[in-house]
Design a protein around this ligand. Sequence first.
Ligand SMILES: C[S@@+](CC[C@H](N)C(=O)[O-])C[C@H]1O[C@@H](n2cnc3c(N)ncnc32)[C@H](O)[C@@H]1O
Length: 248
Amino acid sequence: MSNAYETSRLVAEYLFFHYAEGVQVADGHRVPTEALDFPVRVVTELRDPSRPVASALDVGCAVGRSSFELARFAASVIGVDFSSAFIQAAGVLQRDGHLTCPVVIEGERTVPFTARVPAGVDVTRVRFERGDATALRPDIGSFDLVLAVNLLCRLPQPRKFLQRLPGLVAPGGQLLLTTPFSWLPEYTERDQWIGGTEAFGPSWEALCELLEPDFELCLTKDMPFLIREHGRKFQYGIPLGSRWIRKA
Ligand SMILES: C[S@@+](CC[C@H](N)C(=O)[O-])C[C@H]1O[C@@H](n2cnc3c(N)ncnc32)[C@H](O)[C@@H]1O
């Protein structure tokens, strides 16, 4: 199966999703403003700011905006993604501070968009690397904060990723998840879904069952997002966000 996340169209879509300011996203049309700035809000709205965070891991980081946001308070951030095109784009942003790409207006008509690393971020704190969430390098370490945004239902073996989490999050550290529980056979064979069928039951309950032995649930929150596909077409999602604390 070809990987959609390697295409230049998806790179541009995600650069726009991560770095466009609200007014640009709207193309002059009215859009649900509560869904803007998603890659920033997953960090600011799900994190417990009372817990110290020196190190953070962003799994499925795409083109890197949340990783840069984590670097506002964490001295060391690793952003990992399976897509080499996404990791390459994140690396250019880190090196140059900006990256221009064509975003679609309609059909084949495009307009240049320049993504920029936001002010106040020390990019030297971030390291981007290509990797598989279900086969992360053994020496990657453990972190005060692990972020995995809309990743679970893109994985062929989501349980394998969940099983690695107790080793990735340091005791007392926080795990921030969002997932829309889309469960699509083109990404995850049906027998690997976590809930999501009449027989398996509700996904959230199945996910809690898997995490509860090692993590304590502290927060749940709807986290709306808006991805602009072209000037008059948007993808609106309401993944469920959650914060979990690693038990000692
Ligand atoms: C729905 S996107 C979410 C991206 C980003 N977290 C965001 O919210 O914008 C899913 C991401 O997971 C990445 N991905 C898919 N399979 C992966 C895997 N096995 N390991 C790491 N990343 C993966 C994709 O390349 C893509 O960047």
